[in-house]
Design a protein around this ligand. Structure first.
Ligand SMILES: [Zn+2]
Length: 475
């Protein structure tokens, strides 16, 4: 048994739940192995130990961290990502491209990806996420060129030590069949289904406190066939807690594509394929109409909001306020690092807060459309709900020991004493000072502990350069 005590936090946020959050001043958290056993004011710890745990009162703890000057919150949950895209950051986004043009430009470069590139890019993206306060990550890997496998990113996640929900993505509708991607980055349906089964049966752990759960994730209406969408639903529902994920209602171009190709709007199309329910979550959901927001709520289907990507690719503004008001499950994601181009999860919560406050056609500007605590709620409990996890995103006895500390006594937060929790989003987004995932310290004193990042960054840049050269894109 190992024990870890975090004490003297300026504020300990035990749960961010909508507009309110449960907060303890001068808080402490006691962890045993990978679970939280006690939270409360630091001043009450001694009494708790004397009454309940005389063994710990006598023997002390394996590790103690004094978190004075910090706000501690539940670890952030990232619900949508394409980790491999760190290899092509800023391609097309600097100058500005809309989704379909951006994808068509990038597919040939991504076709040059190797198993090592998948592995190294996942290490880069996950490390950056962890340093931004993220402890649980869902990824969507939807192309597997040159022998790449989902195993390559799983190996990276295990080395980083993050709680991981990789989804076995897929593309099967190539250009020759009216789809958007070139045929050479698409796979056949039998091969895709076979590998989904292999991934689930090799890696999926449905147990509480699981560090690894597999999802099934055909990429989007414009890159997979109807048959594969149907087969994916049937497959996932044969296993406990295997979720279904896809991109949906991201752009007006996608809406036009669905109307022309299937004679249905994107959500009508999803509904016709049985893609609805608590085991389904959709990335983006920028363009649902009011009836479709109701449908999301009635069917308990989840949504991952990706504000930075929606801004960079000019996709639009998702009606997050409307979805929250109707009790749609909404989580947050940074999306792929080629349409963000960052992996800063706390920064993404800030983007969500800022973007909702902006006015757009049909919506007046409203400063209170999304508060800082609501944005933190989407980024924690919201994401956990979308991934169907009740064992994370809350700091209370029995839950997973996943939490992060941010310093609020530093330069960017000077003068923010009135509300240090809101300051995490209203001031410039800081990096994590401490990160504990599954009871293990992954970031300490701002330093990333699992491995030396320098050689990984250098190798990543070399792999990126080689992919560009093979694809004939000079850089
Ligand atoms: Zn995406």
């Amino acid at each position: 048994m190992t024990t870890l005590l975090i004490k003297n936090t300026d504020v300990l946020v035990t749960k961010c739940d909508g507009p309110t959050s449960a907060e303890i001043k001068q808080g402490a958290i006691l962890v045993e192995n990978n679970r939280i056993v006690w939270v409360g004011p630091t001043a009450e710890l001694e009494r708790y130990l004397a009454e309940t745990r005389p063994d710990l009162a006598r023997d002390g703890f394996n590790q103690t961290v004094d978190a004075s000057g910090c706000v501690v919150i539940p670890g952030l949950v990232n619900c949508h990502h394409h980790l491999y895209q760190t290899l092509t950051r800023t391609v097309g986004t600097g100058t500005g491209m809309v989704l379909f043009d951006w994808l068509k430009f990038l597919y040939p470069i991504w076709a040059e990806m190797t198993p090592e590139a998948v592995y190294v890019s996942a290490k880069i993206g996950l490390s950056e996420l962890v340093l931004s306060g993220c402890t649980t990550v869902a990824d969507h890997l939807y192309l597997y060129p040159n022998g790449s496998k989902i195993d390559d990113e799983i190996r990276a996640a295990q080395e980083v030590g993050v709680r991981f929900h990789p989804t076995r993505g897929s593309m099967s509708l190539g250009q020759s069949q009216g789809g958007l991607p070139p045929d050479r980055v698409c796979d056949t349906e039998p091969d895709i289904i076979k590998d989904c089964i292999r991934a689930i049966e090799t890696f999926h752990d449905p147990n509480p406190l699981s560090m690894l759960r597999i999802g099934v994730a055909p990429c989007s209406p414009f890159s997979v066939t109807e048959a594969l969408m149907r087969e994916s639903v049937e497959l996932a529902r044969q296993y406990p807690l295997v979720n279904l994920h896809t991109h949906l209602a991201e752009t007006k171009d996608e809406e036009r594509f669905c109307l022309e190709m299937f004679g249905k709007r994107p959500l009508e199309y999803a509904e016709s394929l049985n893609w609805a329910g608590e085991d389904v979550w959709f990335a983006h959901m920028v363009h649902p109409n009011e009836a479709e927001v109701d449908w999301l709520a009635q069917t308990h289907s989840g949504v991952c909001h990706c504000p930075t990507s929606n801004m960079l690719l000019a996709s639009g503004i998702a009606p997050v306020r409307q979805m929250l008001d109707k009790n749609v499950r909404v989580g947050l994601g940074v999306d792929g690092s080629a349409s963000n181009d960052g992996n800063h999860m706390l920064g993404e919560a800030r983007q969500a807060m800022l973007l909702q406050r902006v006015g757009w056609p049909g919506f007046e500007s409203r400063a209170d459309r999304l508060t800082a605590r609501e944005a933190l709620s989407i980024a924690t409990v919201g994401g956990a709900n979308v991934l169907r996890r009740d064992d994370i995103a809350e700091l209370s006895p029995g839950k997973a020991a996943d939490f992060v500390a941010f310093r609020v006594d530093d330069l960017p937060h000077a003068g923010s004493l009135a509300d240090p929790v809101a300051a995490l989003l209203t001031c410039a987004p800081p990096r994590a000072w401490l990160s504990v995932i599954n009871g293990r310290i992954v970031v300490e004193d701002g330093q990333f502990l699992p491995f030396d990042l320098r050689p990984v960054i250098d190798r990543h840049n070399q792999l990126s350069r080689e992919m560009m050269q093979r694809a004939g894109v000079t850089r």
